[in-house]
Structures are given as C-alpha cells and as structure tokens.
Design a protein around this ligand. Sequence first.
Ligand code: PEP
Length: 252
Amino acid sequence: MPRTPLIAGNWKMNTNLGEAEQLALAVARSAADVMEREVMIAPPFTAIAQVADILHDSRVILAAQNICWAEKGAFTGEISPPMLKEMGGTMAIVGHSERRHIFGETDQLINRRVAGAMEHQLVPILCIGEQLAEREVDRTMAVLEKQLRVGLADITVNEPSELVIAYEPVWAIGTGKTASPEQAQEVHAFIRNLLAAMFEKDIASQIRILYGGSVVPDNVDALMGQEDVDGALVGGAALKAESFDRIIHFNG
Ligand code: PEP
C-alpha cells in the first residue's frame, strides 16, 4: 500500500495574527486541489484559534509545535492535548531540534510528550536528527537510533497513521544546506529498518518518515522522489505562500 505523502509547515515563532490568518487562507486554497496528499501547518499558539477557524472547512490539518503529556496543571508555558483538540488540532510536532538544542529537551522528556499525545489520539511527529559534528565522526546512525529508541520507549503503535517520524539533520535546518536526496534516502531506510525492529513489520513499513532541513521548491521533487521519503517538514519556505504552494504541489 503506498504511503500518503504529508507536507507539513512549521511556522515556529513567526507571524502576527494578521500574517497568520493570511498565510492560513493561502494554504487552505493551495491544498484545495491536492488529492492523495496531506497538508499540515503548525502556527504559533497565539494564532491557533483564528487559524483553526480558517482551516475548518479546508483539507489542511492543524498541528501544535509542541505538546505536554499532562491534561492540565502546573506546567507553565505548556499546552495540553485536550487544549489542542478543543481547537481542532490533530497532530503535534515533538522533539524538534530547536526544543532539544535551545531548550534542552531530552529524549526521555520527548518520550513523555509522544506518549501523552498518543494517549489523546493526537499524532506526534517525532523529530530526530544528528548535528554536524556527529555526522563528521560517523555517529549519525548511532545518534538517530538512540533518539528513536528512547523517544519511542514503551510506545505501542496499532495503526501506522498514529505516528510520524521526521528526519531533520540539525546542520540542514534553516541553513540553506540540504541533505542530498541520496543522503536522505540512506537515513530514511535506516530509520524504517529500526522501526521494523521495534514494531510489527507491516506497521513499520507504513509509518511515514518526513525529511526536514531547508526544503524549498527547487529541491522538493528530488527529495520526494526517494523511496523512503514520505513527505517534508518545512520551516522557512512554509512562511511564504508561493513557496509552500509549490512544495505541496511537488512533482512525483
Ligand atoms: C524545521 O523547522 O523543521 C525546518 C526544517 O526548517 P527549515 O525548512 O527552515 O530548514
């Protein structure tokens, strides 16, 4: 069974309310004619209610940029799965490299976020990726294996649609440097094999693995042409309606 491609836009800490509304409208229009592909956006929390209204009748999935495991309580700065669901959100980015490297989130903490999202039927997009220094000393696969095994510890996956993985080499995020299609495919195949060792083979073969790291209109077709690249997690280019439209309409 072919995996449904997912193009996901992470707006990070960008857009005021007016900009968010304009961009959400543009994405909703872009996605209207896209069949057999999924499109997702993760706006900043300050705009999520307004963006949710705009996406209501669209084909665009609403996501959070992060999610807590608890339903409510003393977790300053966090939002809970029920809060996101109340807004109509169904997915959440978890373990983004900026959360790991700027805010010090560990694999263990990220595992709690993955578990919390799934307990509430939200789909986590678990981000993993090596830093440049790790790639240079040939530690890429070891780093990814740890992030995946600890990040998914004690997680049960009953349906492949319950979980998405995003491979985002840290050296490629926001830098304009992209992994070559071959580099991405090599890592994605490695991730898929690991998933097969952790979950049932039939499920692992259907879990979507996105590539993220300076995806732009000029490189999306080649990346999406790789067998195990099932979509893209897009930062900078997701903030420009035209670029994101072209990425959504990748050829392949
Ligand atoms: C990201 O934020 O996940 C990302 C991949 O950013 P960019 O596309 O700007 O590299």
